[in-house]
Ligand binder design. Structure first.
Ligand SMILES: Cc1cc2nc3c(=O)[nH]c(=O)nc-3n(C[C@H](O)[C@H](O)[C@H](O)COP(=O)(O)O)c2cc1C
Length: 197
């Protein structure tokens, strides 16, 4: 059987570079990927990366990904394959994940394709990883994290370690990518693992 696709959601938290590198990695590794970008996600991409992308008709080549491998959907396309539990996916990573998306999902609100695909992962017992980026967190954020973790999601704060020989931004980005990809069972070999060759 062909490899099950990975679903990627990109929301409007800071850290667009994580999303860009994630798509580039999956593309280069030729792992079939389905991506959705929120409107705020597109805004942050423009602000932080200086790249224009439309959340309603995203061209992933703008982010250096191969459109043959990385299929993009409109944020409003609630009839996309990934909106259904019958679609077989390896799991989903929301990177970066905003507290807005965290809150909507913790409340069961599925009014865009990222939120719907995320709730599908949970109801089907598949892996859902939120690479959450906000600091500090208020009590509502913390309670939403607990709610989603109880429902089966992995809350993976964009909180890099510095013990793997960090000398440049790439090392920090690769640390977060490695942690997220590990959750999906993908060994990216992007960083030197502690105590391993
Ligand atoms: C430049 C910029 C940076 C932002 N950074 C964050 C952030 O780090 N974390 C966060 O939770 N929201 C952040 N926001 C706010 C979210 O984009 C906003 O709450 C939005 O409604 C989230 O919508 P979405 O989850 O559908 O993408 C940022 C907004 C902008 C414009």
């Amino acid at each position: 059987m062909k490899e099950k696709p990975v679903v990627v959601g990109i929301t409007g938290a800071s850290g667009a570079v994580y999303a860009e590198r994630m798509l580039q990695f999956l593309s280069a590794a030729r792992i079939p990927t389905h991506v959705v970008i929120s409107r705020a996600g597109a805004l942050v991409i423009e602000e932080e990366l200086g790249k224009k992308i439309n959340s309603e008709s995203p061209d992933v080549s703008v982010l250096g990904a191969d459109p043959e491998i990385v299929k993009a959907y409109s944020i409003w396309d609630l009839a996309a394959p990934i909106a259904s539990g019958t679609f077989q996916a390896r799991g989903m990573v929301i990177i970066p994940a905003s507290t807005g998306t965290l809150g909507a999902m913790a409340s069961g609100i599925a009014d865009n394709l990222i939120r719907r695909a995320g709730e599908v992962m949970l109801k089907e017992g598949r892996k859902l990883v939120l690479v959450l980026r906000e600091t500090p967190l208020n009590l509502i954020h913390l309670e939403n994290c607990v709610t989603l973790a109880r429902a089966g999601a992995t809350i993976l704060p964009a909180s890099p370690g510095f013990y793997h020989g960090v000398t440049k931004l790439d090392d920090i980005v690769n640390f977060i990518l490695t942690k997220a990809l590990d959750q999906l069972g993908i060994d990216s070999k992007l960083i030197q693992r502690w105590g391993q060759d």
